[in-house]
Design a protein around this ligand. Structure first.
Ligand code: FEO
Length: 169
């Protein structure tokens, strides 16, 4: 069993991962408008990853005999003015998610909840990857901005991204 407080926080993170997916889908839609289908693909894959993260929390809550509570998903209400601004937002958002995961780990340690701490370690590793991949993508987009056919080349590269579950395992 997990504590009531932990149950609540795990459900909050389930929701936060869903929101991340929604945010990345909004970013995908931003790129669709400019026919940058490779950029849109990168964001779609990112959104799929977030849904899989959310399902990890869902499954864990169920496995611990706790109750899944689904709250409303916040509207991603943003306007971006350039691809660089979008990827800058991806990186800052992933840093926020890392903080959320760290807070959950701190709670698990506080409660001597070793099982939940162990479950969360997958996300600790995943967040290293998430921040790394967001920073690398941001750098590419920044460089592409400065070259004449740069955006076209990065769009082609982002088009090849595919969703694979359990990327940190
Ligand atoms: Fe689920 Fe991108 O962190």
């Amino acid at each position: 069993m997990v504590s009531k407080k932990m149950e609540k926080e795990l459900n909050k993170q389930l929701n936060a991962e869903m929101y991340s997916g929604y945010l990345y889908l909004a970013m995908a839609a931003y790129f669709e408008d400019f026919d940058l289908s490779g950029f849109a693909n990168w964001m779609r894959v990112q959104a799929q990853e977030e849904l899989s993260h959310s399902m990890r929390f869902y499954d864990y809550v169920v496995r611990r005999g706790a109750k899944v509570t689904l709250e409303a998903i916040e509207k991603p209400d943003f306007e971006w003015n350039s691809p660089v601004e979008v990827f800058d937002h991806v990186l800052s958002h992933e840093k926020v998610v890392t903080d959320l995961i760290n807070d959950l780990v701190n709670l698990a340690i506080e409660e001597n909840d070793h099982a939940t701490n162990n479950f969360l370690q997958w996300f600790v590793a995943e967040q290293i990857e998430e921040e790394e991949s967001a920073a690398a993508a941001l750098n590419k987009v920044k460089m592409a901005n400065e070259a004449s056919n740069g955006m076209f080349l990065v769009d082609s590269e982002f088009a090849s991204r595919v969703f694979t579950s359990n990327t940190s395992e």
